[in-house]
Ligand binder design. Structure first.
Ligand code: MEV
Length: 309
């Protein structure tokens, strides 16, 4: 049996504006992971994907073109020259909360690509893995920027501009993030699509807001490189206000953001597509206990603490 894993992720700043060509920063979250196990299957079975957490069993050759699990398996088998439906059983498990902006689907695809490549002794670069996963991201999300597949494939903090650059960058001083779950699914495709319709109806309203979000991502990158943690917190607060303004927050996210700040977080914002999902708070060893407690009192169903380095 061959296996591989892939981490989760959060967007530190720049979500949504990144779809419109502005920079954004994403961070890997290694505390949660997807795993894929590959073993030979009975003769004639072809490729079969079993995903107990999703209650899914997918016979790849019989699955529709737009089935994401079948799509990624077909894509990687073709890319590594094994396109003739080999007899394989691929089992997928994950501890990444689903539909919370933590890249659960992206991580499952990435783990499948890595495990299949390893099974056939085929080396793929992180960029090649990211590119393959991107093809399936389009099925999930419609018009993804590509930041999720990039950060998960590279498993390092990335500064990303769609179609222009992806840079793994230097973290001057490690910092802690609390990732708190509203318990509400974040419908990425719908939120991105709704914002697109509003943007198309009134681009002059949204362009300056996207510009400012992009400037925040640039400033956050240099604050991180220089170890200016308080400045990063200020930028996260401003980014959240802009995300409220573009209509992607919700009362539950705003409540968690307020609770984290009240508990002493240096900054807090929603993370990912919004309308639910997760928020992130910049914390220290001193504030982690109080932030964790107030977030739970304010309705968080889960709090994950991750160190960014
Ligand atoms: C999703 O993690 C981040 C969004 O900016 C969408 C994207 O970049 O594809 C909302």
């Amino acid at each position: 049996m061959t296996w591989a894993h892939a981490c989760g992720k959060v967007i530190l700043c720049g979500e949504h504006a990144v779809v419109y060509g502005r920079p954004a920063i994403a961070i890997p979250v290694t505390e949660v992971q997807a795993q894929a196990y590959v073993e030979a299957g009975p003769a004639g079975q072809g490729a079969l994907v079993i995903a107990p957490d999703l209650d899914r069993r997918v016979v790849v050759r019989a699955a529709p073109d737009d089935d994401p699990l079948a799509h990624i398996v077909r894509g990687v088998l073709k890319a590594i020259g094994q396109g003739q439906d080999p007899d394989l059983t691929i089992t997928v498990t994950s501890t990444i909360p689903i539909a919370r902006g933590m890249g659960s689907g992206t991580a499952v695809s990435t783990a499948i690509v890595r495990a299949l490549a390893r099974h056939f002794d085929h080396w793929l670069s992180s960029q090649a893995i990211s590119d393959l996963v991107y093809q399936t991201e389009v099925l999930y999300h419609g018009t993804p920027s590509g930041i999720d597949n990039t950060v998960i494939a590279f498993e390092k903090p990335v500064y990303f501009v769609k179609g222009v650059t992806r840079e793994v960058f230097w973290v001057g001083r490690p910092f802690l993030l609390a990732v708190a779950d509203t318990g509400i699914a974040s419908p990425t495709r719908e939120v991105v699509g709704d914002l697109r319709r509003r943007y198309q109806a009134d681009p002059t309203r949204y362009e300056p807001l996207f510009d400012r979000i992009g400037e925040i991502a640039m400033a956050a990158r240099s604050a991180i490189a220089q170890g200016q943690t308080s400045e990063l917190g200020r930028l996260m607060d401003e980014n959240h206000a802009l995300l409220q303004e573009i209509g992607v927050s919700c009362p539950e996210l705003d409540r968690l953001v307020a609770a984290a700040r009240q508990a002493g977080a240096l900054g807090a914002k929603l993370s990912g597509a919004g309308w639910g999902g997760n928020m992130i708070a910049l914390i220290t060893e001193e504030t982690r206990g109080s932030v964790d407690m107030l977030l739970r009192l304010a309705g968080a169903v889960r709090v994950i603490i991750t160190q960014v380095r």
